[in-house]
Ligand binder design. Structure first.
Ligand SMILES: CC(C)(COP(=O)(O)OP(=O)(O)OC[C@H]1O[C@@H](n2cnc3c(N)ncnc32)[C@H](O)[C@@H]1OP(=O)(O)O)[C@@H](O)C(=O)NCCC(=O)NCCS
Length: 208
């Protein structure tokens, strides 16, 4: 745990006192141990998944979640690459560099990693995972494709970017499986690419 007078970062990956935050993030959603998330955590935790909270004046105001590429919930691959599944700082806690602190903590905790990857969205209707925000943290886009959702918002195209922050020099870039990403993300219900449990579609997005 890192501390200063006002805020501390806490790794809750295997801390039962904060178990609900492994499942529900900071979104005001009911805590539910849903099957896909349970399966994801069971598989990813032994492979190096981490979830951390930032606590400010005893209030949880931010989180970060990451794992080695092979244990990420995005179809990104790369040797010795960590994939950030998610980072989120509540709007009311902005202006304290908490996003940068969570991000720096991940980099510091994964010192032997060659590079960090994530995805970002451009022109998505939600306020989530915006490309410019991921750029502010230090990522750069090196590939993208345009998609639309087959369910609600059909016909509204947005871009998904593969974002990259190399640490080592002369690295091979990570790869991503765009076709697999069209299935969406099924282990975070608050995610803008969430694959609803109810749908019978395998791919909830298509290229546009
Ligand atoms: C991206 C995010 C984590 C950054 O955290 P933060 O605590 O707000 O930002 P920080 O205070 O650490 O600042 C990071 C940088 O972004 C800049 N920044 C933050 N908000 C900004 C804004 N609204 N406009 C312009 N710049 C902004 C800061 O000035 C800083 O840049 P600098 O290094 O050049 O000074 C936060 O904005 C966030 O949670 N966004 C939503 C992420 C998301 O979609 N998560 C998925 C949920 S499903």
């Amino acid at each position: 745990m890192k501390t200063n007078s006002e805020a501390r970062i806490l790794d809750i990956t295997e801390n039962s006192a904060y178990e609900k935050y492994l499942y529900k993030c900071l979104a005001p959603m009911p805590f539910r141990k849903y099957r896909k998330r349970c399966e994801y955590l069971e598989a990813a935790t032994p492979k190096g998944f981490h979830k951390k909270l930032i606590i400010f004046n005893e209030e949880i105001v931010g989180q970060i979640e990451y794992a080695p590429a092979e244990a990420s919930y995005y179809p990104i691959s790369g040797d010795n690459v960590i994939v950030m599944n998610c980072i989120w700082v509540l709007r009311k806690a902005k202006g304290h560099n908490f996003g940068k602190r969570l991000f720096a903590d991940m980099i510091e905790s994964e010192k032997d990693t060659d590079g960090f990857a994530t995805i970002a969205l451009e022109n998505h209707w939600s306020p989530w995972l915006k490309k410019w925000q991921m750029e502010k943290l230090g990522f750069k886009s090196f590939d993208s494709f345009r998609v639309t959702r087959k369910l609600k918002h059909k016909g509204e195209c947005f871009k998904i970017h593969l974002m990259w922050l190399p640490i080592a020099k002369n690295l091979k870039l990570p790869a991503w499986n765009k076709s697999k990403l069209l299935e969406g993300v099924n282990s975070c219900t608050a995610h803008p690419l969430y694959h609803p449990e109810k749908t019978t579609l395998r791919k909830i997005f298509e290229k546009c």
